[in-house]
Design a protein. Structure first.
Length: 153
């Protein structure tokens, strides 16, 4: 029986190009990510919230953080904002207007989760968030937030 399991895994790798154990359903959630090439850093949810609000701008080793958001209307951005800040993106507009007046720009906005993964993977100091089921070896997960959102198909 065990040899049949190994055979099926090997067949899945050959036919699908992915390991059989990686092809199963993954848990929904939000993963806050950084480049897999970055030095692993332990950040608390509070620290990540401060990075996204541009209150913390440099890492301990002096690298500038580059947080990136999805569009305000994206369901994942709405869930991330509620989990991290307790407010939806529209409720943070006054905060960003005030910060802009003080010379602080909001995080970049990228159009899709794949764009976030690509930007984070290739930009030193970048931090973003995507559906947990989309995380791959290009990025490392800093924290995972629970979410009721299903993985995109």
């Amino acid at each position: 029986m065990r040899s049949l399991s190994i055979y099926l895994r090997l067949l899945a790798v050959l036919l699908l190009g992915v390991p059989a154990w990686a092809a199963g359903p993954k848990e929904p959630g939000i993963s806050v990510i950084t480049s897999s090439a970055s030095v692993p850093t332990k950040l608390s949810p509070d620290e990540i919230a401060l990075i996204f609000k541009r209150k913390i701008r440099l890492s301990a080793d002096g690298r500038q953080y580059q947080p990136v958001n999805l569009p305000a209307s994206h369901p994942l951005r709405r869930m991330f904002s509620l989990r991290m800040f307790g407010h939806n993106p529209e409720e943070l507009e006054d905060y960003w207007r005030d910060m802009y007046f003080h010379g602080v720009l909001p995080p970049f906005v990228l159009v899709s989760e794949e764009a976030v993964i690509r930007f984070v993977a290739s930009t030193p100091g970048a931090i973003g968030y995507v559906s947990s089921c989309l995380v791959d070896n290009r990025v490392s997960v800093l924290i995972r937030l629970e979410s009721s959102l299903d993985c995109p198909r």
